[in-house]
Design a protein around this ligand. Structure first.
Ligand SMILES: O=C(O)CCC(=O)C(=O)O
Length: 388
């Protein structure tokens, strides 16, 4: 245009989408589609765009059925459908999630936007598994937008590591195991994830807490070929916090086969034992504490039930802070294993001033021994809206 300035005017989706409703959703439920769709066998909805009128699009997409579309065509069409719905959702300020299923395999629809709630409810079975075993794998709770945002944030954090970043790989070893802390305090993508993503709600619902405070975030990256294990440990002894409602949401940003996934000793969160932490970098024990030494879990593997899973981006693990866990290296030579661990506390959590070394928090939050964790450093992020 050869203009010296450019103003945004408006955008409009253009596309042709073939989609179908779920079988249990009668089209009659979707009056917004009248005129833009027609009935077909198996309750298929041939929803033919181009959508010439933006008003018609918005009406159609605001309907319950349209938000629950299962896309029944090519990825391209799904993308277009996503663009279409995203357009509508943004315009209406809605954050509802929509998940596209294509030819039986799940894709994360481009239409999720940055959803605040998990993509599906946490089930009673999942809560029960967490309570009994101390760890649970939750499938398909985050849309790809959150994963993409975090991948970008990880790049930023690896390019500019924070003051607590560490490299755990021994000199000259293959691969690279790095960790960083408190990225939310300096990198926007992490901050957004902490304050706006479904992670807090997931933690709250799994812990069955009425409120959730954010405690801190930790990045754990194992590049291809990394040999270093994450040693067996419990989390809570590293932290200045007490309580049963303390949990991690561990979110992989790459597909994680079972061979590289975190492993858990089922039920160990209820052993009533506290094991002394040690530094990951050189295995030296924390000083000034009076806790017992971690037993050799690998030597006694056959005496324990070890839990582990293979995960896809969008899945997460939630585990209680006293569960004994560790992780293998990343022997895979072509895939990274990037994971974000966010730590969350619930109703019964209290700040404690411990004797001896403590890793977290990394600076003084201004709380007294026994205080609830409500403060600027540990913001209250989620509250249950259920009645007592
Ligand atoms: O990601 C890993 O290797 C270990 C994770 C872990 O130990 C933790 O998040 O507490």
């Amino acid at each position: 245009m050869q203009s010296r300035r450019v103003n945004f005017f408006y955008d409009q989706p253009v596309g042709c989408v073939l989609a179908r409703t779920t079988k249990d959703q009668p089209l009659a439920d979707c009056p917004g589609t009248s005129g833009a769709c027609e009935h077909a066998p198996y309750n298929h909805l041939s929803y033919l765009a181009p959508i010439a009128s933006r008003r018609a699009t918005n009406q159609a997409c605001s309907r319950r059925v349209c938000r629950r579309l299962l896309v029944d065509c090519s990825e391209l069409s799904a993308y277009l459908c996503g663009a279409l719905l995203r357009h509508s959702f943004y315009r209406r300020g809605r954050r509802e999630a929509l998940r596209a299923t294509i030819d039986g395999c799940c894709l994360y629809s481009r239409s999720q936007a940055m959803h605040h709630h998990p993509l599906r409810p946490i089930t009673a079975n999942e809560r029960e598994q967490y309570d009994r075993a101390g760890a649970v794998c939750l499938r398909g709770l985050f849309a790809v937008e959150w994963i993409d945002l975090l991948r970008g944030a990880v790049d930023e954090s690896l390019a500019r590591p924070g003051p607590h970043a560490e490299v755990y790989t021994r000199d000259g070893g293959p691969g690279r195991f790095t960790g960083d802390l408190d990225m939310w305090q300096r990198i926007d993508g992490f901050r957004r994830f902490v304050l706006e993503s479904p992670a807090a709600e997931i933690a709250g619902r799994v812990m069955q807490s009425r409120k959730v405070n954010f405690f801190y975030d930790q990045l754990l990256v194992k590049e291809p070929g990394t040999r270093e294990r994450t040693p067996w440990h419990q989390d809570q002894p590293y932290w200045a916090v007490d309580g049963f409602q303390v949990a991690t949401v561990w979110l992989p940003l790459d597909p994680v086969p079972q061979e590289t996934c975190v492993e858990f000793v089922a039920g160990s969160h209820r052993w009533g034992r506290t094991f002394n932490p040690y530094h990951f970098a050189d295995d030296s024990p924390y000083t000034g504490t009076d806790w017992e030494t971690m037993p050799d879990i690998d030597a006694g593997r056959d005496r324990h039930e070890i839990l582990t899973w293979s995960l896809e981006p969008g899945d997460c693990l939630v585990f209680q802070a006293m569960i004994v866990h560790g992780a293998p290296g990343n022997a895979d030579l072509s895939h990274r294993r990037r994971a974000l661990a966010t730590r969350w506390t619930g109703d019964d959590a209290r700040y404690v001033i411990r004797s001896g070394e403590v890793a977290i928090p990394t600076s003084d939050p201004g709380l007294k021994h026994g205080d609830p964790l409500d403060c600027e450093m540990f913001p209250l992020v989620w509250r249950s809206d259920e009645e007592d």
